[in-house]
Write a protein that binds this ligand. Structure first.
Ligand SMILES: NC(=O)C1=CN([C@@H]2O[C@H](COP(=O)(O)OP(=O)(O)OC[C@H]3O[C@@H](n4cnc5c(N)ncnc54)[C@H](OP(=O)(O)O)[C@@H]3O)[C@@H](O)[C@H]2O)C=CC1
Ligand SMILES: O=C(O)CCC(=O)C(=O)O
Length: 439
């Protein structure tokens, strides 16, 4: 083993900061490099955009219910603020690494630029399995993380939100903790808060609604409409379950949904309205619900979701799930990335060779951060739109976003949709950096 700084930090403190050669960060950097080359940007731009501006690593001690102290490892990566304050979610996951967090922050910079938001990109993470904590321990950890990153965030500095393993309640605790430090209420410092604490009810389902609207807009262009088109959704967390719900509302036929324990499959279509009627359920309990209440077949292998014969496959769980080794199973003609980074570059090349279109994460799942932006605008002004008004604004931004990327992609025959999205996003960032005199 080479005794470089990363290895030393790992051996001395157990810090999980390594990037694997085949990992998520390598894939994101590869896509970024390709975008810089296709867009004809100078190498100096790549030098700046391929590194995070600031990385904060924190240790969060929590007194566990058994009386012992456990110290959790966390990060906040601020990748780029050329377009405005840093913005991006916080992930609580047992296997997340600093390298993953950097990759996710880079995707936020691109996503926020593409959506026309006045934000740069950031992402936070804590290495923890939140399902193994009691409610008290989870609150302690959330407040501890907010205290640890407080010196570097703020409502016009860096505005976190939820990602995998976090939710509106956690944002409420963090906002409360930050407000206590400041000595006054600061609603705009975290977004996706509960409606009781300056949140907007649309945010809970915003990412899923955005993925569904993106799917409808793509289906219109490819097949004339979404009506009756069959869809499979991987992951029944925040993004997956609301994607399935809204696909159903918009006229698509969701025939399969999955979680880590398996797939619920029904050829004639699942009754996705049950998702809204059972808001307290998620993950495996939703899959079970479709089996027990909706007569769906239960397939025990969760990866069976990829091989189901559908028009649209929506991976909405985690990164690197469609890879070189399983891409051959995919039968769908359209893949819409609800998750961040679910398709590896190798798998994507293979899909395009077969004529399958992949709608990239930075376009398809932008509904969450677009809604976060609307909530933030409300918070800064202490003014609130109603649910319908907010939803209309969100939908209009998503429809416009899809048209922008699709039209660009149509003009460049050798490009993927991801190339078109990344180059469009980079153009805005490049102009801002150039005008500021950074490059
Ligand atoms: N929340 C948001 O607003 C946004 C999220 N995203 C991205 O969307 C993805 C999902 O995030 P989100 O829904 O918030 O996270 P959640 O934590 O709410 O849900 C993730 C779900 O995926 C499940 N899961 C994990 N691995 C697998 C697998 N191999 N097969 C099937 N299911 C699996 C998890 O199960 P279990 O909990 O049992 O492990 C969990 O139910 C992530 O990539 C995230 O970065 C993107 C934009 C915005
Ligand atoms: O709403 C936000 O600010 C962040 C959403 C997010 O983390 C993401 O889009 O991946």
């Amino acid at each position: 083993m080479k005794y470089n700084l990363l290895n030393l930090l790992y051996m001395k403190f157990g810090l999980h900061i390594m990037a694997s050669e085949h990992g998520f960060l390598t894939h994101v950097l590869g896509n970024l490099r390709r975008g810089v080359e296709l867009g004809g940007f100078p190498e100096d731009f790549y030098k700046v955009i391929s590194r995070p501006k600031r990385v904060l690593q924190v240790s969060i001690p929590v007194k566990m219910d058994n009386g012992q102290i456990e110290v959790f490892e966390g990060y906040r990566v601020q990748h780029c603020d050329a377009l405005g304050p840093f913005k991006g979610g916080i992930r609580f996951h047992p296997e997340v690494t600093l390298a993953d967090d950097i990759a996710l922050a880079m995707l936020m910079t691109l996503k926020n630029s593409l959506a026309g938001l006045p934000y740069g990109g950031a992402k936070g993470a804590v290495r923890v399995d939140p399902k193994k904590l009691s409610a008290r321990e989870l609150e302690e950890l959330s407040r501890g993380y907010a205290r640890a990153i407080a010196p570097l965030i703020g409502d016009v500095v860096d505005i976190p939100a939820p990602d995998v393993g976090t939710n509106a309640q956690i944002m409420a605790w963090m906002t409360d903790e930050y407000s206590k430090i400041k000595g006054h209420n600061t609603p705009g410092v975290f977004t996706s808060k509960p409606p009781e604490l300056w949140g907007n009810p649309v945010r809970e389902y915003a990412t899923g609604l955005g993925v569904a609207v993106t799917t409808r807009e793509m289906a219109k262009r490819l097949w004339g409409g979404i009506e009756g088109k069959t869809v499979a959704v991987q992951g029944m967390g925040n993004v997956g379950r609301w994607t399935a719900y809204w696909i159903g509302k918009l006229g698509g036929r969701v025939v399969a949904v999955s979680d880590i324990n398996g797939v619920a499959y029904k050829k004639d279509g699942l009754d996705t309205s049950l998702i809204a009627e059972n808001r307290s359920l998620s993950g495996p309990s939703l899959v079970e619900m479709f089996v027990s209440k909706n007569g769906a077949e239960h397939i025990k292998n969760p990866d069976a979701i990829f091989s189901i014969d559908v028009d649209v496959l929506i991976p909405a769980a985690i990164e690197n799930v469609i890879r070189g080794d399983n891409v051959g199973l995919v039968k769908a003609r359209l893949v819409v990335e609800g998750a961040n980074g679910p398709t590896t570059p190798e798998a994507e090349r293979e899909l395009y060779k077969r004529g399958v279109v992949v709608v990239p994460d930075i376009l398809a799942n932008a509904g969450g951060v677009v809604m976060s932006y609307l909530e933030w605008v409300e918070n800064l002004q202490w003014y609130f739109w109603d649910e319908e008004e907010t939803r209309k604004r969100l939908e209009a931004i998503m429809v416009n976003n899809v048209a922008k990327v699709y039209n660009r992609w149509q003009k460049e025959k050798e490009w993927t949709m991801r190339d078109a999205a990344i180059v469009t996003a980079l153009e805005r960032i490049y102009k801002a950096m150039k005008t500021r005199g950074w490059i």
